[in-house]
Design a protein around this ligand. Structure first.
Ligand SMILES: [Mg+2]
Length: 133
């Protein structure tokens, strides 16, 4: 069984091998915004109690995702890290949420599943360039 450090290394290595700069933190944040938009598409926010609040909460997510996808795929600068310690702190909060969401969806080892997904995505190459599937 791989440690969480080994799994993170495998994921980062696969992203580099696919042709993306996994070390560009601002661009990875943009990618995260795109993925949050995609994730939100899997949820139904039409429940009566949630319609007003969640409807508003999610109303700009689609546009955010489209903008994030366009920026991520561009050669444009995605900004810079203003406070690395604050970013790491919030990233830990995000990972807590990711683990809880995985648990809620019945996924026992999200890091291992992410490593498998990253390895599978290798054959796709960069989106829009040498993408094979
Ligand atoms: Mg996605």
């Amino acid at each position: 069984m791989q440690s969480s450090e080994e799994l993170q290394y495998a994921i980062v290595s696969a992203v580099y091998a696919r042709g993306y700069d996994a070390g560009d933190a601002p661009r990875q944040l943009v990618k995260m915004l795109e993925e949050i938009a995609e994730l939100s598409e899997a949820f139904d926010v039409e429940a009566p109690r949630l319609e007003k609040q969640a409807g508003c909460l999610y109303c700009n997510v689609g546009a955010m995702g489209e903008e994030a996808r366009e920026l991520f795929d561009s050669k444009e600068d995605c900004g810079f890290v203003r406070d690395a310690n604050a970013a790491i702190h919030e990233l830990k909060d995000m990972m807590v949420t990711v683990c809880c969401l995985a648990h809620a969806l019945g996924v026992d080892d999200i890091l291992a599943e992410a490593a498998t997904k990253a390895a599978q995505d290798l054959k796709r190459g960069r989106r829009g360039e040498n993408e094979h599937s």
